[in-house]
Design a protein around this ligand. Structure first.
Ligand code: NAP
Length: 499
């Protein structure tokens, strides 16, 4: 039974998924999930999990671990491939759900699901790789190699801005490596997580291998990060929560993917029309609510005026509305708190002396809409140039040359994505070398990650973990070192060295 309860024909109530069963929370409490484009539309009620529920989920995951770990990885891969196939079949409906629950425009909602399909397909193939290393021994008649083993029970905690892709980026590698899972999705997008879990169940993931506990970060999240029998954690979310997790999680293997304040550098030899498309997409796609969103443009003084005119003309034409309307360019923010935060930064920007070119206000309507906002004459020390806003706000900063542009780009605490528009190959390579970020694009926006390449950042963007690609396997496995001595005698490394 997927739905725990259906109230008055329309209001659905969903439970937790523990040991292969949908069950109410021990608190008996629920919380609503809503449509951010129509804030009065409650989509469903979801179970508010508790510490006790997390305990049950960990127990189920522990019980399921030996059999899942023992299953040959290519067989686990077959289950992942089935997940991908079911996601493909339901892509349209799931994309619509992403748009309805999270707000991004439908094209992006479908892209979110596609990213989940891609990672499940990629990680299914990893079932036939999971490479270790072999290397020569320093001694005769001795063989050395490494093999990959699961971490054990892992906790996954995810945000709302990619409600299919980010859970999938964690679930797929964790599963192929043979771990069992306690998963807590964002309280803003539990329905997307529930649909993903239904698909995992249908694809044949055995009971207890994946357990999902919905509920607050304070109750469910904290119970997961401090749980003594959870050996690994993978978290994507804000810097504040990430730092809290780093302090609370003890000696677990922890992956933290946190915020960004990503810049596009535009040099005076750039194709300005191409750069314009990149900035529009980077700054206002997903209403600026991507960790890789472009929130700073660092522009060469010679082309600043021309670029600002072009940008303003295009931004004024952007249409706000429900992401399900094909004419909409920019959807709502996730919640009222995001309107308040975005507007707080508008006020800060004005006080700091930056010049507001457009936007700067919330739009009175049925949803959480905020007008695309651009500040110019922004200086690197200003808060709007340094802090993550996570809304449709762009700061434009002037640079006299490449050296200064890179200096400004690096003058922040974050280091996730970056981009540079130039026709000069030497400058492009200089930027690649000197920009402090986990990702650098040349002649493309700050967004556009592909699932077979490492994803993550430096500095305050995390703790060095890279997700996806082969690095996703590193995040969710332990590498065990094997020495096999077939000399038939005691050989001592570093001591029995033949002169
Ligand atoms: P958030 O507030 O940190 O929440 C993320 C998740 O952590 C949610 O599931 C949340 O639960 C949970 N949580 C909250 N407090 C917790 C606690 N004390 N212990 C354990 N878990 C806790 O972040 P968000 O607003 O959802 O996401 C936006 C942030 O994510 C931005 O900063 C963005 O840059 C970042 N992000 C980073 C990446 C990346 O790969 N680097 C990708 C996407 C997003 P509740 O929902 O119940 O509060």
């Amino acid at each position: 039974m997927l739905v725990v309860k259906e109230k008055r024909g329309t209001m659905k109530e969903f439970g937790l998924y523990i040991n292969g069963k949908w069950t109410p929370s021990t608190s008996k409490k629920t919380f609503p999930t809503i449509n951010p484009a129509k804030k009065n539309q409650v989509l469903a009620q979801c179970a508010a999990g508790t510490r006790e529920d997390v305990e049950k989920a960990v127990y189920a995951a522990e019980k399921a671990l030996p059999a899942w770990k023992k299953m040959p990885a290519p067989r686990r891969g077959e289950v992942l491939l089935e997940v991908a196939s079911l996601l493909k079949k339901r892509k349209q409906k799931l994309g619509e759900l992403v748009t309805t629950e999270m707000g991004k425009v439908l094209k992006e909602g479908l892209g979110d699901v596609q990213e989940a399909i891609d990672i499940f397909e990629y990680m299914a193939g990893e079932g036939r790789r999971l490479f270790g290393h072999t290397t020569p021994s320093e001694l005769k008649n001795k063989f050395c190699c490494t093999i990959r083993q699961p971490i054990g029970v892992v906790g996954l905690i995810t945000p709302w801005n990619f409600p299919f892709a980010i859970p999938a980026w964690k679930l797929a590698p964790a599963l192929i490596c043979g771990n069992t899972i306690v998963f807590k999705p964002s309280s803003d997008t539990p329905l997307c997580a529930i649909e993903l879990i239904k698909i995992l169940e249908e694809a044949g993931i055995p009971p207890g291998v994946v357990n999902m506990v919905t509920g607050s970060g304070e109750d469910v999240g904290t119970s997961i990060i401090t749980h003594k029998r959870i050996q690994g954690l993978s978290f994507t979310g804000s810097r504040e929560t990430g730092e809290f997790i780093a302090r609370q999680s003890g000696l677990k293997k922890v992956g933290l993917e946190l915020g960004g304040k990503n810049a596009i550098i535009i040099m005076d030899d750039a194709d300005l029309d191409l750069a314009l498309e990149g900035v529009l997409w980077g700054a206002f796609g997903t209403t600026g609510q991507r960790c890789t969103a472009c929130s700073r443009v660092i522009i060469h003084k010679n082309v600043q005026k021309e670029f600002e005119e072009k940008l303003l003309a295009r931004v004024k034409k952007l249409k706000l509305g429900s992401g399900l309307d094909p004419k909409t360019d920019v959807g709502p923010l996730i919640a009222h708190r995001a309107i308040l935060k975005t507007h707080m930064y508008t006020e800060i920007g004005k006080k700091e002396g930056a010049k507001l070119l457009c936007g700067g206000y919330s739009v009175k309507s049925s949803g959480f809409f905020y007008a695309p906002t651009i500040f110019t004459n922004v200086k690197p020390h200003m808060r709007i140039a340094r802090e993550e806003i996570f809304g449709p706000t762009l700061s434009i900063l002037k640079a006299n040359d490449l050296k200064e542009a890179i200096q400004i780009c690096n003058s922040i605490e974050y280091g996730l994505s970056s981009s540079m528009y130039t026709q000069n190959i030497n400058n492009a390579f200089r930027a690649i070398e000197r920009i402090e970020a986990g990702i650098t694009y040349v002649n493309a926006s700050t967004i556009g990650a592909e699932v077979h390449l490492p994803f993550g950042g430096v500095k305050a963007t995390g703790n060095g973990t890279r997700e996806a690609g082969w690095t996703g396997i590193e995040e969710f496995s332990e590498e065990k070192t094997i020495y096999i001595d077939y000399s038939g005698k005691l050989q001592k490394a570093q001591i029995d060295i033949e002169e």
